[in-house]
Design a protein around this ligand. Structure first.
Ligand SMILES: Cc1cc2nc3c(=O)[nH]c(=O)nc-3n(C[C@H](O)[C@H](O)[C@H](O)COP(=O)(O)O)c2cc1C
Length: 359
């Protein structure tokens, strides 16, 4: 059996998907009676499954996936100012056999616009958007609308990112974005720490525990303690790196989400850059191929949280394509699980999990 086309039209632009999506021709399943709720950072949730920052472009998308039974819904990363998306395509299939390791990613991967996947295991993709954002005057209203589109036991989280700009430090900009999101109606805030680190010389914020800790402290001060705060991190390769990061950010956070995409060079079958435009030679890989790497990071973080006896929740993300994969993450120590690529190709994933009486 072939897998149906994704609800996010990957051949179309971000703007088209923002205005026209999601594409869904099926029937919304009947709500399955919910078992007793679980606590998501102190907020009542019907289940432990959600969708991370990415496919939920606006309140239309949030409303759709809420009706499909996903209970933890992260609004795609927003900024304090409007920022355009890279041009289409923003997602390509990548051909991968087996699990991707960071070492395997040192050689280019081939990206192609279309395949006919025979199973969810065939779906590894790359995504490259450049973290677009609507102007706050647009997204703040839309976050408020999204709140009206979720049901009881569902949680709206807004992902924010900060940048150093116009004399404002990255920490101050992160704090302002978080405050705007909370004022608009976010029930929890996620900071995208898998963005470039402008303070350190290279790499991303989560790879610089001191900078990450400082920003988390700054944002917490702005938000106060009533809004749960999460940091989203990327691939962490060692126990020591996990320990240092957890130690630095834990005092200011309620949760850590891991992982974001793995970075790779993507070429077309002719050997040229597969994505159009400058600065897009490398892009983020997600979906089936990154599950093993993600599980490794989740185990590492879970061990640190437990050995440091911290009350920090862990959200496992990366390569969850089936109901069984959700279990793998919960068994590896995650308290919650989220799927981006999996939910784009199988919007019934939450329904199937609940049918099996799992949550
Ligand atoms: C279409 C798409 C857009 C994404 N946009 C964001 C984003 O704006 N912010 C963010 O933190 N992560 C973003 N991500 C990364 C996901 O949140 C997730 O960490 C990654 O895709 C791994 O999960 P997956 O294998 O289930 O897709 C995006 C992923 C996809 C597929």
């Amino acid at each position: 059996m072939l897998i149906a086309d994704p609800v996010y039209a990957i051949e179309k632009s971000y703007d088209e998907n923002y205005l026209e999506g999601p594409v869904f021709h099926g029937r919304i399943p009947k709500t399955i009676p919910e078992p007793p709720p679980v606590s998501f950072l102190g907020i009542s949730s019907n289940s432990r499954l959600g969708i991370p920052a990415g496919p939920l472009l606006n309140s239309e998308w949030i409303g759709f996936y809420a009706r499909m039974g996903f209970d933890l819904l992260v609004y795609k990363t927003v900024r304090t100012h409007a920022h355009p998306s890279y041009s289409a395509p923003n997602c390509l299939y990548v051909s991968v056999s087996g699990d991707l390791t960071p070492e395997a990613l040192s050689t280019p991967l081939i990206g192609i616009p279309r395949i006919e996947p025979g199973s969810m295991r065939d779906i590894t993709i790359t995504n490259s958007f450049g973290m677009p954002s609507q102007d706050p005057s647009v997204w703040q209203k839309d976050v408020a609308l999204a709140r009206t589109k979720i049901g009881r036991g569902q949680v709206l989280i807004v992902s924010v990112v900060g940048t150093e700009r116009g004399g404002e430090s990255i920490g101050d900009n992160f704090a302002r974005a978080a405050k705007m999101a909370a004022e608009a109606g976010a029930m929890a805030i996620e900071m995208n720490f898998s963005c470039p680190n402008v303070k350190g010389s290279e790499g991303q914020l989560f790879q610089d525990p001191q900078a990450a800790g400082e920003i988390a402290r700054r944002v917490r001060r702005e938000l106060g303690t009533s809004t749960p705060l999460i940091a989203k991190v990327g691939y962490i390769e060692s126990d020591i790196a996990a320990r240092e990061l957890v130690r630095a950010v834990a005092p200011h956070l309620d949760g850590i989400a891991a992982i974001n995409t793995l970075s790779a060079t993507i070429i077309n079958p002719e050997g040229r850059p597969a994505l159009p435009g400058e600065g897009r030679e490398r892009s983020g890989v997600c979906g089936n191929g990154i599950r093993k790497a993600a599980l490794g990071v989740v185990s590492r973080l879970a061990r640190e949280i437990s050995s440091q006896k911290l009350s920090l929740s862990l959200i496992g993300v990366g390569g969850i394509m089936t109901v069984e994969d959700v279990d793998l993450f919960l068994s590896a120590g995650a308290d919650f699980a989220m799927t981006a690529t999996g939910a784009m190709w199988d919007p019934f994933l939450a329904y199937h999990m609940k049918q099996q009486n799992l949550r």
